[in-house]
Structures are given as structure tokens and as C-alpha cells.
Design a protein around this ligand. Sequence first.
Ligand SMILES: Nc1ncnc2c1ncn2[C@@H]1O[C@H](COP(=O)(O)OP(=O)(O)OP(=O)(O)O)[C@@H](O)[C@H]1O
Ligand SMILES: [Mg+2]
Length: 405
Amino acid sequence: MRVVFLAPSYPPEMMQYTRGLAELGHEVWGVGDTPPANLPEQVKRCLHGYLAVPRLLDEDDVQARVIAWLGGKAPDRVLSNWEPLVILAARLRAHYGLAGMSVDTVLGFRDKQLMKERVAAAGLRVPRSRRVRTTTEVWAAAEEIGYPLILKPIAGAGSADTFRCRDRAELESALASTRHVEEASCEEYIEGEEFTHDTLCVRGKPVYENVAQYLPKPIEMRSIEWVSPVIITVRDLKQKRLQPGLKLGRGVLKALGMADGFTHMEWFLTPKGEAIFGEIACRPGGAHLVDQMNYTSDIDLFREWGRVATEGRFEAKAPRKYNVGIVFKRAQGQGRITRIEGLGSWLHDAGAWAVEERLLRPGTQRRNWKNTLLSDGHVVVRHPDWDEAHRLSFAAATGIRMFAE
Ligand SMILES: Nc1ncnc2c1ncn2[C@@H]1O[C@H](COP(=O)(O)OP(=O)(O)OP(=O)(O)O)[C@@H](O)[C@H]1O
Ligand SMILES: [Mg+2]
């Protein structure tokens, strides 16, 4: 098949999907903003053609350039696994009359208010919320919803500009910090634990399913620097307390008209055991979540996605063998990493259960932890037993320390 794949080399994990498509024997036509000369060799050899565009997020411009580039010859698929490009991929599919989700369907996975309305209309539990554009609308919504509440952008990512407000004063200061946000969602704050529900779907039905727990909740991961964020995939999806979340997840896919490909949903498990919808995207989770799923089942979901997205088939064996924890580290101090403490003893303790260690090396400039959950690197550990996977993950969170100057 001739497959147009948007952003084949950035973010970096996109290179893996490019590889997956190429390994299945497809002609991969990449569209990105990386100059051709800077494309990594591993991507170049997987691409049949490549179009470099000046402004990748300018949908009208990229659409016109892609159509001109392909000439009269329509592709068989237009795909993207990167959030900012999922609408553009749908627009191009509509232009060529190709299989895949429509712009309207994809919008249900992009617009946080619309998705909640569609999910609620299917009788599923979502936080009470209002779309707000002006300060007046925010105060009116707060009056209706009550405190604590969450104020967050409609098209947000990475918990940017997301605020929890316990009272009027906190809402006042959240408003002051979000003046640049054009459209926000004001919603009921849901107390509880936070999980993902990740799927690879064929015609809206999960053929691969995953749940991971955020420890702590993303809003805390993204607002408290000293925290080492931990995310653990759950091996045993049959356990009772997860059933409401799995049921919710499958219902959401139906309500939003999911077709083929990855989804990444976030949901809350309240102290009473109720599952409440958070948000969903029609692309894989970021921050190495797909690597974690691969370690969970000893599978290559990068390639299996390619098969699903082109042939609508999933045939891989996907046993759930491990709980897989990823632990992101943040150095103390600014500037360059100077030293790492506790890594040797953690690796010794974890033994063969430690499967990846990618902490930034001394001499490397620190990453901005506010911009990327990847922070100053990570370790990955897995274990068939949840408690042990949890213990080893938190041993890394507290026992490994990085310093910068
Ligand atoms: N209604 C809510 N109740 C409780 N917590 C919430 C609520 N909405 C958002 N949060 C918290 O804020 C975080 C970020 O919100 P959300 O996932 O909607 O935005 P995002 O910026 O797209 O996130 P990301 O890109 O990190 O997944 C959530 O993961 C959760 O911890
Ligand atoms: Mg989120």
C-alpha cells in the first residue's frame, strides 16, 4: 500500500511506526518539517518518499503541498500518530475519499468539551463541565460547578495551563496565569486514583488493551518538580477494581465512533469504586507508554499498529506477562548533570527485572521538566508481581538521585 505518514521522525517514537509500516512492506510517504538532510538514517531507509514542509501545523498549507506533491496519484492510507496532526490526516483522507475516521469523528477525540458531551450522551459518567471563553463565563461556570474545580485548555497537552482551584482566590490566580488560553474547560474536580486505558482497535473494538496507573496523578507530576513520576502498566486486567474503567473505556470508543488504530484514554477511579472519564485521544500515549506496553507483553506494537491501520488485522500473541514501571528522574539544581547517586545499588537490587536505563549522563544539559515528562531520563523495570514492580519503581523514585550545576 501507498501510505502517507505524517511526521515520520518527530516526536522520536514516530520513527518506530515508520519502521513498522516499512517492515510490513508498505510504501511509506513521509511528511514532516525536518529538513531531508537531517532525517536520521534509520528513518530514511524506511521511506519511499519524503516531503519537507515549512510549517507542519499549518493545515491548509500542508494539505495543499501534499496534494501537489502526490500529483494525481491518491494514496491508500493517510495516517498520523501525533496529536497535533490527527485532524490534518482526516482532512487528507476526506480529500482522497479514503478509509479511516472522518474529521468530525476525530474532532471528538481532540476537543475536550465535545468529547465529554458525546461520551455523556452515551450515558457514561464524565466530570460536569462547561466550555468557557471569557472571564465572565468562567465565573458563571464556577458558580454552577462549585469548588474544587479544574480549569484547563480545550486543546491542551502535557497538563500545560491546567489548574486545580479550591476556592475563588485560587481561580482568580489561575485566570491570571491563563490569559493567553482562548478556550478552556471548567470542570468538577474528581477525587481518586488516575489510570490510562490504551487500546489498539479494529473497527472500534479493542484487539489489544492496556491499563496503566499514574503515580502520582499527572497534574501533580507536572507541577511538583521534586516528584519522580512513576507510571506502571497493570498486568492483571481481570482484577475487579479495574472492571468499571475497562467497561467505561470500551463504551467511550463506541460513543466516539472509533475505527482502526491506537487510543489513549485517561480515567479516574473514585474511592467508591466508580470510573469517571478524563479524556481520550485517537493516537498512542506518549512518554514511552508504547514501549511499556511492549515490555508488558513482549510484543512489537509499533509494527502491529501498522498492520491494524493498513489491513485491519491483529494477529500477534499478546500475553500480559509483566507489570512495567517507568520512573522519570529530575536532577536537583540547574544546568548540566554533574552526578548520579544510587543507580548502582538500584540496578543491583532490580537485577534482571531492570530492562532499560536511560538517565542523562553527567555533562548533559538538563531537559525542561515542565515541557517534557521525559525530564532527565528514565529507568524501566518489570515484574510479574504488582507489589514487586511497585516496590522496585519506588526504590528508583526515591533511591536514585541526580544532581546538576
Ligand atoms: N476534572 C478533573 N478532576 C481531577 N483532575 C483532573 C480533572 N481534569 C484534569 N485533571 C488533572 O489534570 C491532568 C491534565 O488534564 P488533561 O489530561 O485533561 O490534560 P492534558 O494536558 O491533555 O494532559 P496530558 O497531555 O498530560 O495527558 C489530568 O491528568 C488530571 O491529573
Ligand atoms: Mg491528559
